[in-house]
Design a protein around this ligand. Structure first.
Ligand SMILES: *[C@@H]1O[C@H](CO)[C@@H](O)[C@H](O)[C@H]1NC(C)=O
Ligand SMILES: *[C@@H]1O[C@H](CO)[C@@H](O)[C@H](O)[C@H]1NC(C)=O
Ligand SMILES: *[C@@H]1O[C@H](CO)[C@@H](O)[C@H](O)[C@H]1NC(C)=O
Length: 214
């Protein structure tokens, strides 16, 4: 039972300065009931207050309550936001599709970033980075006119070798780490299952087997 009314919790969080960045397009995971169930309502309220915030700030604000379950709420994958809260926004892509992304950076922190397909069961990057900025990302000296390539760019859906056919299995994650702060935004998507190679059909014919292909 939460004894603090939400308005009061909001007040506590209001003292922190507004943070810092997110993937504005296409639609990404946002926290709701499924996230509250494994991460705690306190965390959900925190990100509803400011969806550009980040896990290190959440931890500093004591934003993990007794419902936080570290095994099912991984703060370092999609901030812990759960697929079940985003079932309305599952994109169907095909390998070769070009997807336009738009990043909103409210406050710049110089660091590195990448965009990649991540297997959500193992939190591992699938294949190559779709985008990689090894350094020089979100330099405050560029703010607010960041290089187009950092905030308005596209990625091409790769061949995924049979992975990412089920909703929730994979995300496209934008990940930015700058000055000790981690930002993660996740697009839920699927690709079609690869077509199975047809089995060569065998026909019995006068005691010997021949393939229909021969
Ligand atoms: C973040 O919050 C703003 C303001 O409430 C809202 O307009 C925007 O759609 C949200 N973006 C995401 C990606 O959740
Ligand atoms: C790329 O993103 C992953 C999260 O998916 C992160 O763990 C990793 O540190 C990032 N690496 C680089 C080089 O940006
Ligand atoms: C992003 O780039 C596209 C063209 O590449 C342009 O039409 C669009 O206005 C740009 N969006 C922003 C927010 O700069």
């Amino acid at each position: 039972m939460h004894l603090l009314p939400t308005a009061f919790v909001g007040l506590i969080f209001a003292v922190q300065t507004y943070a810092h960045g997110l993937l504005a397009k296409p639609a990404t995971r946002a926290p709701d009931a499924a996230t509250a169930a494994v991460c705690g309502q306190t965390m959900v309220d925190f990100y509803k207050q400011d969806n550009t915030s980040y896990p290190e700030a959440l931890i500093r604000a004591d934003g993990l309550d007794e419902d936080y379950d570290a095994e099912n709420c991984n703060l370092w994958l999609c901030k812990g936001f759960q697929f079940e809260d985003n079932t309305e926004n599952v994109f169907e892509y095909k390998p070769g599709d070009v997807v336009d992304l738009e990043v909103f950076i409210r406050i710049a922190h110089l660091g590195y970033a990448n965009v990649s397909v991540v297997d959500t069961a193992t939190n591992t990057v699938v294949g190559d980075f779709l985008k990689l900025w090894e350094d020089g990302y979100a330099d405050p000296e560029d703010s607010p006119d960041f290089p187009e390539d950092q905030t308005n760019f596209s990625v091409t859906i790769p061949e995924l070798d049979g992975k990412c056919t089920q909703a929730g299995e994979c995300v496209i994650q934008w990940y930015w780490f700058g000055q000790g702060q981690t930002y993660e935004s996740c697009i839920d998507f699927t690709v079609p299952a690869p077509e199975l190679e047809p089995e060569p059909e065998e026909t019995e014919c006068a005691g010997r087997t021949r393939s229909w292909r021969s």
